[in-house]
Design a protein around this ligand. Structure first.
Ligand code: DGJ
Length: 471
């Protein structure tokens, strides 16, 4: 009898231990969270936009544009790695700003894409190179022996000795290892066997505009996604399908519900996760935030749904997981304690107005430095906001009980299309007492493009819907 009880005790202990193994670790994140800052291993925000992912040595390598909050100039291409697609480790500036030349100071370098050449084992990086005013573009390339670089910039990618004078570009590697260059408008070029030049035009332009060209294949169907031409503003991305890269391409419609602006993002890449039970295709998009592209541009990564040859992202998932063994994707519910505007624990300083949007209570302010603060004991805190056309930047700060700032971010609450979303979630913290403060920066994302069209927010408001904490 005693022995039996001991077995139960040991069994329970082992069960608790294994539960602990799966419990979320301090400093880590446990899902793909769209639309909020991601932190690398040293707590810095992940800056990797217009990105793509290469799988190598059991890891995912994310390549993307490094950004600053002050200028649009090329700031290098960053490389991060991850084993789970949730936690990203900064590896290197794979291609830094060059001392001089076409990717030197005060130039444009965007939409970096890396492919491993299966024939030579070399890593080849492609990018949009331009003047700061976007007036002299071409597609360039760089090469490296090791995935994280350093990459050597080689200049323009040539076709019959001529440059490809296009701006937005992407790449596609087919199942047989052949590499392709995609350019805005829907043009496809085949790369040479070493990926360092172009040997053929495979498909002429499908349409006008069609920026951020993004192509993937499922079975014997090719899907080609692109956006309208609206500078850093988000729009309804759309797609075409074909049975061969040379077409004919059939219009498939919008990728997300009309006017949701592709869930407020612009396509950059589709990552395929093939597992034992399912294959998940991850739409990777950028939620740009001009001018604060370093602090406040975020990532919108969502699983794509298929119906025959149609694709769609019907709902926005604040959080979801993908099982890398089975390949299955699942929404993740964020089970936390909720605090709504009006709660006594929420301290408002300055001029705030309470109201509702679609019967959801909100509180908002556009007074610079007006703040909302909240003392809590727990492990994690998050912020749901209403993204609105007259919202601007909010400063989010978390202090520990000694008053030291442990998290400090600027987040962007603007969206041309109103939506209620999670806009901030702290990494897991050691359970303790903390103070969250969210304040109005008094600035907003707005800008003009080379045609002098004006874009962006009409106000500096920040609009808070609820706070969530995990105790
Ligand atoms: C839209 C493009 O897709 C981006 O890569 C960038 O070039 C912006 N335009 C600049 O306005």
């Amino acid at each position: 009898m005693k022995e039996h009880r001991l077995t139960i005790v040991i069994f329970t202990f082992l069960l608790l231990q294994s539960a602990n193994v799966f419990a979320q670790q301090v400093g880590k994140t446990d899902a793909i969270y769209s639309g909020l800052p991601w932190y690398d291993q040293s707590g810095k925000v992940v800056s990797a936009h217009g990105a793509n992912i290469v799988q190598e040595n059991g890891k995912f390598y994310l390549f993307g544009e490094a950004h600053s909050d002050t200028s649009n100039a090329f700031a290098g291409f960053n490389c991060y790695s991850s084993k789970d697609l949730y936690n990203w480790k900064f590896e290197s500036i794979a291609l830094p700003v060059q001392k001089s030349g076409k990717l030197g100071p005060n130039r444009i370098g965007e939409r970096v894409k890396v492919m491993k050449n299966p024939f030579s084992g070399e890593f080849v990086m492609f990018m949009h190179v331009d003047t700061l005013g976007y007036k002299d573009q071409f597609v360039g390339y760089a090469t490296a022996k090791n995935i994280a670089g350093p990459y050597q910039f080689k200049g323009p990618l040539l076709f019959k000795g001529k440059q490809i004078k296009k701006w937005d570009m992407g790449t596609f590697q087919d199942d047989d290892g052949t590499g392709y260059l995609l350019t805005h408008g829907g043009m496809i070029h085949q790369l040479s066997k070493d990926y360092k030049s172009i040997i053929a035009e495979i498909n002429p332009a499908i349409t006008t505009g069609f920026e951020s060209p993004t192509l993937f294949r499922k079975a014997n169907t090719y899907y080609f996604i692109g956006s309208h031409l609206t500078s850093w503003e988000k729009n309804d991305n759309y797609y075409y399908t074909a049975k061969a890269l040379s077409g004919p391409w059939t219009a498939g419609g919008l990728l997300a519900p009309k006017d949701k602006l592709t869930w407020n993002s612009q396509a950059t890449f589709v990552l395929k996760i093939r597992g034992t039970k399912d294959t998940t295709f991850i739409f990777m998009g950028d939620r740009w935030s001009f001018p604060k592209q370093l602090s406040s541009a975020t990532y919108v990564w969502q699983p794509i749904k298929f119906k025959g040859d149609s694709i769609f992202i019907p709902q926005y998932l604040n959080a979801w997981t993908v099982d890398l063994n089975t390949g299955t994707a699942n929404p993740k519910s964020i089970i936390h304690k909720t605090f709504l505007p009006g709660d006594q624990k929420i301290i408002l300083i300055g001029n705030w107005k309470n109201s509702t949007i679609d019967s959801i209570p909100i509180t908002r302010s556009d007074e610079t430095k007006a703040s909302l603060s909240f003392d809590f004991n727990g492990k994690q805190i998050g912020l749901y906001v209403a993204l609105l056309p007259d919202n601007g930047y909010a400063k989010v700060e978390i202090r520990d009980k000694k008053g030291n700032i442990i998290i400090n971010n600027i987040i962007d609450l603007y969206s041309k299309s109103p939506m209620l979303q999670l806009a901030f979630l702290s990494p897991m913290l050691p359970k303790s007492d903390y103070k969250l403060t969210v304040s109005v920066v008094g600035e907003r994302p707005n800008w003009s493009d080379k045609r002098k069209s004006l874009y962006g927010s009409t106000g500096n408001n920040i609009t808070i819907a609820k706070l969530i904490i995990q105790e």
